[in-house]
Design a protein around this ligand. Structure first.
Ligand code: SF4
Ligand code: SF4
Length: 575
């Protein structure tokens, strides 16, 4: 039977068919759908872990115990998970461990363009890269076999276009595989004396794999009439086939280790060789260092995604006319009624500097709010603010605030808070608790009291937790109450020590079936104050007055609170 599956779903299907027992992840676009899909299978234990490092440690535990495990994350999450992963590359596995990592060339929803292929190289872990959903499933199953055969974790690398594209996949039955748990101190306890011996085994394994990889048929040569050969993998293979149908192609299934001898043979039959790859010159440099002459980044550049049009332009010199109409630029905005909007309105009004974090609330950096001034990575806001205070002193801190979401706080903000208290910081932290992981599509987390399967579980008590970390100045506010928000921020920001304000109101989109009443504007005096909220439901008329789009408005009534002329009122009955 064939099914139309997303690349992410196909990885999950492959893991299911391979008999995976445990799946763990932290949600992150474009990898989120892998674990969401796995959670629909009852034979698999699946979880949203609090962060990628924990997910990796859960997967490692399952693998050591004898159950196959899949751990998934986006590229930046792999940095968080790298610590246990590098050591598990040394110990090797019991049952297979596969890590699905999804890169985001073009940064559709990421803070950097990161090329995870280098993790294969630096952690000494084999990496496979599929080019469609069928391969995503097949490669995942193969990865588990490799993992056990070569005693190593194995990567499946996706990029956004493969993770989020659909193609047909042949569905097979699940295979039940379980290994006995055997204590093995020399293998699994990485004290230096054992680790030194395991490092030797890692090198042996790599040499074996580097030789065997030349005979794996997931790397293949496709002949063509042209004398210029193309080397590619992943989504780029699809672009190449469309743009250059007559060119001979070396399609890589393994991106680490590379099948160098097979590539050398391919090179000897071509007059010229071009590596087409997104992001870094990873394949190009590897071939050059093996004495194979290729061109690559001098043609394709280092940034963003490729496409068949771009490849035609680069290789064939075509100027492609897309025929698509130019669409107006539409920057991302917080939703109408977003619970974060009022917070940023007040931060802007008080002229505070805000060190932000990753989540929907990152959009507070945009016009007209302009109220988030730095963003580095998941969980960084609190420690960044602490560092600012240590560099600039207490007075600077009175104009400085850390802003972090609830899921991000649990992910890796808690350690920053403990550090700030321990190191006698003088900072104010706003935890924006909208009771969900909003940006990746409303996944639950420990603060929501729900598991991935929507089962009830313990609810993390943020106030109690923050107090247990040593914070005495704790307030809870309603972010729709602008007066309260302003006065509580003003009160806390001048205090010595660490202050925490929890702004609590569930994300406006959480109840998708809810019906709201709406705001209406009467006798607008054209002062423009409500426009400073940046609510997409408020539009400006040609005469300078404003109106509310009732199809978007959720009656949060922030515009009523900022209107000095009482022009806004609520209409209709909420159901
Ligand atoms: S009440 Fe005002 S601020 Fe709130 S969603 Fe409606 S238009 Fe936007
Ligand atoms: S704040 Fe009131 S008066 Fe000013 S533009 Fe908005 S609705 Fe009109």
């Amino acid at each position: 039977m064939k099914k139309l599956l997303l690349g992410d779903h196909a990885v999950a299907q492959g893991a299911y068919e391979a008999g995976v027992k445990v799946a763990a992840a932290y949600p992150g676009t474009p990898s989120t759908e892998i674990t969401e899909y796995l959670s629909t299978f009852n034979d698999i234990y699946s979880e949203w872990s609090v962060n990628e490092k924990v997910a990796m440690e859960v997967g490692i535990g399952a693998s050591m115990a004898g159950g196959r495990a899949l751990v998934s994350m986006k590229h930046v999450g792999l940095n968080v998970a790298a610590d246990p992963l590098f050591t598990y590359a040394y110990t090797g596995v019991n049952a297979g461990l596969v890590i699905a990592v999804a890169d985001d060339p073009g940064m559709h929803s990421s803070q950097n363009e990161q090329d995870s292929r280098f993790y294969g190289l630096s952690a000494h872990i084999p990496m496979l890269e599929p080019s469609d959903s069928q391969e995503a499933k097949d490669f995942t199953k193969f990865a588990f076999e490799l993992s056990e055969k070569y005693d190593t974790p194995v990567f499946i690398r996706l990029t956004t276009r493969i993770a989020h594209s659909r193609s047909f996949v042949e569905i097979s039955k699940r295979q039940e595989i379980e290994f006995d748990y055997k204590q093995d101190i020399a293998k699994f306890v990485m004290v230096p004396a054992n680790a030194r011996k395991r490092h030797v085994k890692v090198e042996e394994r790599e040499r074996r794999l580097a030789s065997d990889v030349n005979s794996f048929d997931i790397n293949r040569i496709e002949n063509g009439k042209n004398k210029i050969g193309i080397i590619c993998a992943g989504a780029v293979y699809q672009y190449v086939k469309e743009a250059l149908p007559d060119y001979p192609v070396f399609k890589l299934g393994f991106v680490y280790p590379l099948p160098v001898e097979k590539l050398r043979e391919f090179a000897s039959n071509c007059d010229d060789l071009i590596v087409i790859e997104e992001l870094e010159p990873y394949i190009e440099n590897a071939l050059k260092s093996n004495g194979i002459s290729v061109r690559g980044k001098e043609l394709t550049g280092l940034q963003g995604e490729l496409s068949s049009e771009k490849i035609k332009e680069i290789i064939l010199g075509y100027k492609v006319i897309s025929g698509k109409e130019e669409l107006p630029a539409r920057p991302p905005v917080m939703c109408a009624g977003c619970t974060h909007r009022g917070i940023y309105y007040v931060i802007n009004k008080l002229k505070l500097n805000a060190a932000g974090d990753i989540g929907c609330y990152s959009l507070g950096c945009n016009e007209p709010l302009n109220a988030m001034h730095s963003l580095i990575c998941m969980g960084a806001a609190i420690a960044n603010t602490h560092g600012m205070e240590k560099a600039k002193g207490k007075d600077f801190s009175k104009k400085n605030i850390a802003v972090i979401g609830d899921s991000t706080f649990v992910h890796s903000g808690i350690t920053g808070l403990i550090n700030a208290v321990y190191n006698r910081s003088n900072i104010t932290i706003l935890i924006l608790d909208n009771s969900t992981t909003g940006m990746t599509g409303h996944q639950p987390h420990p603060g929501t009291g729900k598991t991935i399967k929507n089962e009830q579980t313990h609810t993390l008590d943020f106030e109690a937790l923050v107090r247990a970390c040593g914070v005495n100045n704790v307030s809870v506010i309603d972010p729709y109450d602008l007066d309260m928000t302003e006065s509580v921020i003003k009160e806390h920001i001048v205090k010595d020590g660490v202050s925490v304000i929890i702004a609590r109101r569930p994300c406006i989109l959480l109840d998708k079936t809810a019906k709201f009443d709406v705001a209406e504007i009467d006798n607008c005096r054209k002062c423009g104050m409500c426009l400073k909220l940046g609510c997409p439901a408020i539009r400006k008329n040609k005469d300078g007055s404003v109106a509310v789009d009732s199809t978007l408005c959720t009656a949060c009534m922030l515009c009523e609170k900022v209107c000095k002329f009482a022009s806004v009122k609520k209409v209709g009955d909420a159901k």
